[in-house]
Design a protein around this ligand. Structure first.
Ligand SMILES: Nc1ncnc2c1ncn2[C@@H]1O[C@H](COP(=O)(O)OP(=O)(O)OP(=O)(O)O)[C@@H](O)[C@H]1O
Ligand SMILES: [Mg+2]
Length: 303
C-alpha cells in the first residue's frame, strides 16, 4: 500500500478497496455527513440566505496557522492588480490582517465599532495595490465575548454591515476568519459566494475534511449555496512527502485541489509589512495566486 492509500485507509477512506462507498459519499469533499450530523448542525447553525451585490470570498480552515491571513492578503492584492475593487475584511479577533497589510492601528476596527453600534464605512483603509482593508481592531476579552454572544443571536449581522458599505457588483470582499467552528465562520458562510478551504499538505489537515463537511453542510443547503474550493498552501515541490499528500487530497476530494507553493519570500513579506505579491513576483507562488485570482474573477454563478 502506498503512502496515499495508507493515509486514506488510516482516515477511513480506503478508496482503492471501496470505490462504491467513496463514489456514493462524494460531495464537495468526497463525503456527505450523516443525517444525525446534519440535523445537529442545522439546529446549531440555522441557515439564512442573503444576497449581496459584491462577490464575497471567505477563507476558512479547521487548522490554525495554515496561511488563511497570508492568502487573504495576497489574493486581495492579486485581484486588485487584475482590475477588481477589493475590500479585505478581518473577521478574526486575532486582528492579524492589520499587520499583513501594514495598515494603521489608530482606527478602531469592526469589533469595537460594532459594539458601539457604529458604521463600518469609516473603517476602510487603503493598502496594497489600492485595495481597501477593514481590520478587526483590538478588543479585550469581555468585549470579544459579548460580541460573540451577540453574533450567535444575530445571523444577519455581517450581511447587514456589508450591505451598509454600499459595494457594487464590481467589488470583491475577501473575508479572513478564525480557525475552527466559531460564530465568525458561520457569519462568513452566510454571505459567501465562494469558500476557500485552506489546508496544508499534511495528515493533520487531511484528517479535518470530514469535520469541515459537517460544518459546511447546512450552508450548502441554502438557497444560493457557496461554491467550495480547497487550496493546499505551502506545497513543496522538492518534498516527495508534500507531493504524496497532494495526491492523497486529490483522492479524498475526488478532484484536484488548488495549490499555492511554499515561498520564503511570503514569510519575509509578513515580517517586513510589504505586499507579498511584490516579493514573490516571479516565483511559483505568484503564478498560483494569480491563477486563483483569475478563478475568483469568474461570475458569481461559475467561480
Ligand atoms: N505559501 C507560503 N509560503 C511560505 N510561507 C507561507 C505561505 N503561506 C503562509 N506562510 C507563512 O505561514 C505562517 C502562517 O500564516 P498565516 O498567519 O497566514 O496563517 P493563518 O492560517 O492565518 O494562521 P492563524 O490560524 O493563526 O490565523 C506565516 O508565517 C506565513 O508567512
Ligand atoms: Mg490568520
Amino acid at each position: 500500500m502506498g503512502i496515499t492509500e495508507g493515509l486514506l485507509a488510516l482516515l477511513g477512506k480506503d478508496v482503492c478497496q471501496d470505490e462504491r462507498g467513496m463514489a456514493s459519499r462524494l460531495h464537495f469533499f468526497g463525503s456527505i455527513p450523516s443525517q444525525d450530523e446534519r440535523a445537529a448542525n442545522e439546529s446549531a447553525n440555522p441557515v439564512h440566505t442573503v444576497t449581496l451585490s459584491p462577490k464575497v470570498v471567505a477563507l476558512v480552515s479547521i487548522n490554525g496557522g495554515v496561511g488563511r491571513s497570508t492568502l487573504a492578503t495576497a489574493l486581495s492584492s492579486g485581484l486588485q492588480r487584475q482590475g477588481e475593487s477589493v475590500v479585505a475584511l478581518d473577521l478574526d479577533p486575532q486582528n492579524a490582517l492589520q499587520h499583513h497589510f501594514g495598515v494603521s492601528s489608530a482606527l478602531p476596527g469592526i469589533g469595537r465599532t460594532s459594539l458601539e453600534h457604529g458604521q463600518w464605512s469609516q473603517l476602510q483603509q487603503l493598502s496594497f495595490a489600492g485595495c481597501q482593508v477593514i481590520t478587526f481592531g483590538e478588543v479585550d476579552i469581555p468585549q470579544q465575548e459579548s460580541l460573540e454572544r451577540w453574533l450567535k443571536h444575530e445571523p444577519h449581522w455581517l450581511a447587514q454591515h456589508l450591505a451598509s458599505l454600499d459595494l457594487s457588483a464590481r467589488h470583491t470582499v475577501i473575508i479572513d476568519t478564525p480557525a475552527g467552528n466559531n460564530v465568525y465562520f458561520h457569519q462568513a458562510l452566510s454571505v459567501a459566494d465562494v469558500v476557500l478551504v485552506i489546508v496544508q499538505a499534511d495528515a493533520a489537515c487531511l484528517g479535518t475534511l470530514d469535520h469541515l463537511d459537517g460544518l459546511l453542510a447546512p450552508h450548502l443547503e441554502a438557497q444560493h449555496p457557496p461554491r467550495v474550493r480547497v487550496v493546499i498552501n505551502q506545497v513543496d515541490e522538492r518534498s516527495a512527502f508534500s507531493l504524496d499528500m497532494v495526491e492523497a487530497f486529490t483522492q479524498r476530494l475526488g478532484k484536484a485541489a488548488l495549490q499555492v507553493h511554499r515561498d520564503i519570500a511570503i514569510n519575509e513579506a509578513l515580517a517586513f509589512g510589504v505586499d507579498p505579491l511584490d516579493s514573490v513576483e516571479k516565483g511559483l507562488a505568484a503564478d498560483d495566486i494569480n491563477d486563483i485570482c483569475r478563478l475568483l474573477k469568474a461570475p458569481k454563478t461559475s467561480a
